[in-house]
Design a protein around this ligand. Structure first.
Ligand SMILES: C[S@@+](CC[C@H](N)C(=O)[O-])C[C@H]1O[C@@H](n2cnc3c(N)ncnc32)[C@H](O)[C@@H]1O
Length: 275
């Protein structure tokens, strides 16, 4: 595997996500039930979680569906897949975790009846080609249900620190609309076009707002490792790091509620059918 996304998720990006996994899992726990409910409502028996990361959603779905179902998580990051396997070491009906590029892997035709993802499908270089290929892995009559972020403006929790500390980090990469990354699917119209071009039918893109929280004690560690600041700080000297975390930390004050950080994740819940 090679490429910018693979390098990122097999390097500092994947390491940061694994290190922060307990915090991220707590933050995004609301999405686990949403995807597990969708899988249960469809009576899914063979589920593929794309960009499964350390497997929190895969495991939640597998537990909800029970032993009659098989769940598979696929991820491009070796560190994330290792963390996912560790998580299920003692599960009775563990999901299978596969290290592969979901956009290029040769799944068997019709191997699954449902594709799910929690924030794992916005990183494809050619999303229409990736979703066309993934559709082949879904049996006729099967479907997909994934969660992706809406716009940066609707999700200030993801952008506040970078905006506040931008003057200290001139090297910070600018965000390009539609480029692979958390906001690649911010525009509902683009999601519909991509899925339609990939041959999916009955596409629905619905807004979903999910309350998220995590301990305030983890905020600086989170800012230092995840998102645009985390990325920019990897190359920074100690003085810059301290200054950035001071400024960014202060900018997050409006999100602090006692001992918790709270925000609303404003996302799309995307569904489609494999015709
Ligand atoms: C934002 S993380 C979300 C992880 C996980 N779904 C969660 O909610 O905790 C995005 C994940 O997508 C994975 N990813 C990115 N591109 C991928 C690809 N082409 N194939 C498989 N996984 C990919 C990354 O390695 C990373 O684990």
């Amino acid at each position: 595997m090679s490429g910018e996304q693979s390098d990122f998720w097999n390097g500092a990006g994947g390491d940061a996500w694994v290190a922060m996994q307990p915090v991220l899992d707590r933050m995004f726990v609301g999405f686990e039930g949403l995807l597990a409910d969708a899988a249960a409502a469809r009576g899914a028996k063979r589920v593929l979680d794309v960009g499964c990361g350390a497997g929190a959603a895969t495991v939640a779905i597998a537990r909800r569906l029970g032993p009659g179902a098989t769940c598979t998580g696929v991820d491009i990051s070796a560190a994330m897949i290792a963390a996912a396997k560790e998580r299920v070491a003692y599960d009775e009906n563990p999901p299978r975790f596969l290290l592969a590029d979901a956009a290029a892997h040769s799944f068997e035709a019709g191997e699954f009846d449902l594709l799910v993802s929690r924030f794992g499908v916005m990183f494809f270089t050619d999303p229409a080609a990736a979703f066309a290929r993934l559709r082949e892995a879904i049996a006729a009559g099967g479907g997909l249900r994934f969660i992706a972020w809406r716009t940066p403006e609707e999700n200030p929790f993801l952008t506040t620190g970078a905006q506040a500390a931008a003057h200290l980090l001139p090297e910070m990469a600018p965000r390009l609309p539609g480029a692979p990354g958390p906001f690649a699917f911010a525009e509902a119209g683009r999601i519909g076009e991509i899925l339609a071009a990939a041959g999916w039918a009955r596409i629905e893109v619905e807004p979903v707002d999910v309350p998220c929280a995590f301990p305030e004690a983890d905020l600086r560690r989170y800012l230092a490792r995840i998102g645009p600041i985390g990325q920019a700080l990897r190359e920074a000297d100690d003085a810059t790091r301290a200054a950035v975390l001071e400024v960014a930390g202060a900018a997050y004050e409006p999100f602090v509620d006692g001992e918790e950080v709270r925000f609303t994740a404003r996302c799309w819940s995307v569904g489609a059918e494999s015709p």
